[in-house]
Design a protein around this ligand. Structure first.
Ligand SMILES: NC(=O)c1ccc[n+]([C@@H]2O[C@H](COP(=O)([O-])OP(=O)(O)OC[C@H]3O[C@@H](n4cnc5c(N)ncnc54)[C@H](O)[C@@H]3O)[C@@H](O)[C@H]2O)c1
Length: 447
């Protein structure tokens, strides 16, 4: 009789095997969960690092941003640019004459900014521009001015006045002695279409610039563009710096007036040296396409009719047209006589200079005469359409008293409207490749 299988032994063996299997699978689970844990930890660390770099904690102190950005200046996340960008800023800002200035020119791709940048560079000062190249008017004209500056080794940083980290970095890389602040949303009429752009550039942007300047060490002296439009509906004639400026006729004028008050505050609290320049209708080569002398020229050449305003009491509208070279001399005079700011690192150490000057031509010309001069230069009769001035922010006349600027830095305009317009038309026909009527058969020649 066969002996029955020893079931107890088989059972034991099976139990032992299943025990071994369990141990094995537990080890496997343990090993894989350890691996999973490590991978998760690594991913979390990488994520933390990424967010710390990309979204830093907010701080009121611009130097906080500055420190972060200077640490990362050669990385992908750097503000402005990497080492090559910093080198360009440093090179462009370095003066080439003994005791030369180092000037940050905001709005350097603009009309007045490009001329001032070239003039500063020409006499050996270091110049770095800042401009956001906005499309308020044809940006290709701003790019052409940028090219002109590039040929003279003036570097324009592309950026906005409201970009605090960028401005901080600029001051970190190049400790500017002066800021010539010309960036703004210009134009009186456009304020009815896009009011916020005036607040962004002329108020928020200006405050941002002053915040960075006040925190800089050393603080720069600041010369900035206000406007004759602050005189608004002023009836005193000629306009003097002591006249009332509390009746602005446009939002543009109101933002410039606000700028003057803001300048007072930063001078008072932080010891910033501030000079406001009230420009009177600046014109000339490389000018602004939104200004009457410019679009009149374009329209006359294209045979389009032009609108000439008369005042509500049927008088001619007149402007104190000021030639760009005279304004540039005024700007440089103001820069050269600007005293140092007295504060440092956001703390005032003593009273600082606070000034406002008119920069005009001192001889208002009726707009009708401007058109007459253009007709002569363009050898073309304008199709004139005289209308009553709409209430869009324009004022009936402007006339500068420049005694103060003359006394303090020898400002003396020397270009009359006919001479200045001749230079403008010569540039205009050359730039846009137009053959003036007198030269129809021949190529335009350089003077
Ligand atoms: N041209 C005049 O007749 C006149 C008269 C009175 C006052 N102003 C003032 O003079 C200054 C220069 O005027 P302009 O005729 O050369 O004007 P513009 O428009 O040619 O130049 C201003 C430049 O600033 C730049 N800009 C504007 N907002 C900016 C921002 N937020 N950040 C960076 N760049 C910005 C623009 O791109 C432009 O290139 C302005 O402040 C203007 O208000 C000019």
């Amino acid at each position: 009789m066969p002996t029955p299988p020893d079931t107890s032994k088989t059972l034991k063996l099976e139990r032992y095997n299943s025990y071994l299997r369990k141990i094995h699978s537990t080890k496997l689970i343990n090993a894989s969960s350890k691996l999973l844990f490590r991978a998760t930890l690594l991913a979390a660390l990488l994520l933390i690092l990424f967010f710390t770099i990309t979204y830093p904690p907010l701080s009121d102190n611009p130097h906080h941003h500055l420190h972060r950005h200077s640490l990362l200046s050669t990385s992908l996340f750097s503000v402005g640019g990497g080492a090559a960008w910093e080198k360009q800023v440093r090179r462009s800002s370095t003066p080439r004459r003994p005791n030369g200035l180092s000037v940050l020119v905001t709005g350097a791709a603009g009309f007045v900014g490009s001329h001032c940048s070239l003039a500063l560079k020409k006499r050996g000062d270091g110049v770095v521009g800042l401009d956001n190249f906005n499309d308020y008017y044809d940006p290709s004209l701003k790019r052409a001015r940028q090219n002109l500056l590039k040929q003279q080794q003036v570097f324009i940083v592309e950026g906005d006045l409201n970009d605090a980290p960028l401005l901080s970095k600029l001051f970190y890389v190049a400790p500017f002695t002066h800021v010539l602040h010309l960036a703004a949303q210009a134009g009186v009429r456009y304020a009815m279409q896009n009011p916020q752009s005036y607040i962004r550039s002329n108020i928020a942007g200006f405050v941002n610039l002053l915040e960075i300047a006040k925190a800089a060490n050393p603080q720069p002296a600041i010369v900035w563009a206000s406007s004759s439009s602050v005189y608004g509906l002023n009836t005193e004639n000629p306009f003097s710096e002591i006249d009332r400026t509390d009746k602005p006729a446009s939002l543009y004028a109101a933002t410039k007036k606000a700028g003057e008050e803001i300048a007072h505050t930063y001078n008072h609290i932080y010891g910033l040296s501030l000079t406001g320049l009230r420009f009177f209708t600046v014109y000339g080569p490389w000018g602004r396409p939104d200004m009457a002398y410019f679009f009149f020229t374009k329209d006359i050449l294209q045979g389009k009719s032009i609108e000439i305003y008369k005042t509500h009491d049927q008088k001619e509208v007149a402007r104190d047209f000021t030639y760009i070279d005279d304004v540039v001399k005024g700007c440089l005079g103001a820069v050269d006589t600007a005293e140092k700011s007295t504060g440092s690192g956001g703390k005032k150490k003593g009273p600082a200079q606070l000034r406002v000057y008119n920069l005009g031509n001192t001889s208002p010309v009726p707009v009708g005469r401007l058109v007459w001069i253009l007709e002569g230069l363009l050898k073309t009769k304008a199709k004139k359409h005289v209308i009553t001035m709409p209430r869009n922010g324009d004022v009936p006349f402007t006339h500068a008293n420049v005694t103060l600027a003359h006394k303090d830095f020898g400002y003396k305009p020397t270009t009359d409207l006919a001479t200045g317009l001749r230079k403008f038309v010569k540039w205009y026909v050359g730039y846009y490749g137009i053959q003036p009527r007198t030269q129809k058969e021949s190529q335009p020649t350089e003077e």
